[in-house]
Design a protein around this ligand. Sequence first.
Ligand SMILES: [Zn+2]
Length: 474
Amino acid sequence: MLSVIYGAPWRCGIWTTRYRFRHPHAQATRHISSRFTLKELHQRRVLRANSATDVLAFTCSGYSTMSMSNGLPAKQAKTEDRAVSKFREYLRINTVQPDPDYGPAIKFLQDYAKELNLSTRVTEIVQGNPILVMTWTGVDPSLPSVLLNSHMDVVPVYPEHWKYDPFEAVKEDNGNIYARGSQDMKCVGIQYLEAIRKLQSKGVKLLRTIHISFVPDEEVGGHRGMELFVDHEDFKKLNVAFAMDEGLANEGPDFKVYYAERAPWWMQVTCTGQPGHGSAFIENTAAEKLRRVINSFLDYRAQQEKILKSNPQIGIGSVNTVNFTLVKGGVQPNVVPSEMTATFDMRITPSQNLSELEAEINQWLKEAGENITMKFLQKNMCQAVTSTDDTNPWWMAFKGACDSMGLQIKTEVFPAATDSRYIRAGGLPALGFSPMNNTPILLHDHNEFLNENIFLRGIDIYCEILPAIANVPA
Ligand SMILES: [Zn+2]
């Protein structure tokens, strides 16, 4: 099916028309952009029929298209590594929050599992939020298993700030693949599967069973995904002993490994005060109280920032951050409102005493005046840490594999939150690791990209890590 979806000035002030193209055998909708109308394309005989090959071969002499159905000239696509093509195919499946349709992603992954002879099971605890688990059965399936987790959803985009359509997975000549989810974290999901494909092709058999989970909802808290799944019967049946999940890219040559996370606390503070006319000196206003509350939170922020900046040995995960993220109140410019609300996002390092911190926050509110209330929109009390010493055989296996490849690894507390917190809260060890070194951290940013060579190297890295962890002796 080929249809015009819009005509719009694309880049450089050039008027272009975008087409949506759906091939009967294609997994997802593809897009092409052209300076010509559909009628002109037919007149120029560059588009003869609604066939995939015609669109793939679509070129216009004297003009370059912004992107084609594949984002690539056809001859280049042919020589592309299959793993890279799979990665780009997955990136083109739009699973953007806040209302992702996971159906096409599940279909793509189920077909993928079939290719690899992996059994699958879908658990849908909350409607519209399927959890897919693939299983590669080990030599001894009675042993506790290894879980490789990734989330299917991605965060929203501001397309006007992107070089390319964020859901086209355009690959530049230098191998950089631009797409939402290229770092966070569709790359990792595909790397797990392609590593399994490589191991299988070598006839490798692993002692323990590996489960590969693809979960929804992570980018909005995982409350409809992993949080429920870890307590579900289907999860218990997996008999997981150790899990791997996402980490972060690193600009330098070393790889970051995350063994814990900061606990998110989202606090909404409501100040109530005397209303009145905007021309008067009303006493005891909501705004005055709110100012004192904001000052306390932001003073604390400055203190923590100073601790971080004064010690080059620690990462951001080792301090507490706080940001003032939402403000609400007022009805019109000349009315002093009776109520104003401020919301703060605090991330707390695992070594922080939580009750002491809560007492300190309550003290700030008390000092700011009367009639101030606070509601926790999120209050995570988990301070579980996965040990990174020789008491943890999973860590030793992981580290042994990294050492054998000569990888420089650096352990840190994850600065934000991932689904690992639910796994660790359930008492299981979990490591956060996305094999992306020499890569700028662009998760949730405009122009998120991953270089194909870094992506492919990641598959080789998992080819060492997976046997190491799945062969940890009983
Ligand atoms: Zn993520």
